[in-house]
Design a protein around this ligand. Structure first.
Ligand code: ZN
Length: 160
């Protein structure tokens, strides 16, 4: 299941990527379409061609693509994840091997030699963790590890 998330839901887009869902953020398409903001018709056309479900808080956008979109109600990231779980049965269990880059949506690769990323993370992080992953996008190359931040997210999700 692949998603296109509207411009009001940037944080949700980052969460979905971290949980391994292929997610395009509408604001990341402004360069592709050379227009900002990207008009609804273009978003719908893009979602349709690329078989993406639109996640939106914009009722007119939802209405024009009803069969393949979800209209989120209320506020708050955990509330949104709960609605996605109810609608699509999505399971938000973090597995770093399946995670995608929260910045650019590219898959991650395991870093084989820890020393190769020594200069790219803080010293404490380097010393406290042994398993690192890196974004496969050459322009991004962001480093990931399973730190306390992810554990906090998991705990909160368990309660919702
Ligand atoms: Zn990236």
């Amino acid at each position: 299941m692949k998603f296109l998330v509207d411009s009001m839901l940037g944080k949700l887009a980052r969460f979905l990527r971290i949980f391994g869902f292929d997610t395009i953020y509408a604001n990341d398409l402004t360069e592709y379409f050379e227009i900002d903001p990207v008009p609804d018709e273009k978003l719908i056309d893009y979602a349709n061609k690329n078989e993406r479900i639109i996640i939106t808080k914009d009722y007119p956008l939802y209405k024009n693509y009803k069969d393949k979109s979800i209209f989120l109600i209320g506020e708050g990231i955990y509330n949104y994840l709960h609605q996605l779980n109810k609608e699509f049965g999505l399971n938000f269990k973090f597995n770093i091997k399946n995670a995608r880059c929260s910045i650019c949506n590219s898959p991650l690769n395991r870093v084989m030699s820890k020393s190769s990323i020594k200069d790219l993370v803080l010293k404490d992080t380097y010393n406290n963790y042994n398993e690192f992953y890196q974004c496969t996008n050459r322009q991004c190359k962001k480093i990931y590890w399973k730190g306390s931040h992810i554990e906090d997210i998991e705990k909160r999700l368990d309660k919702t």
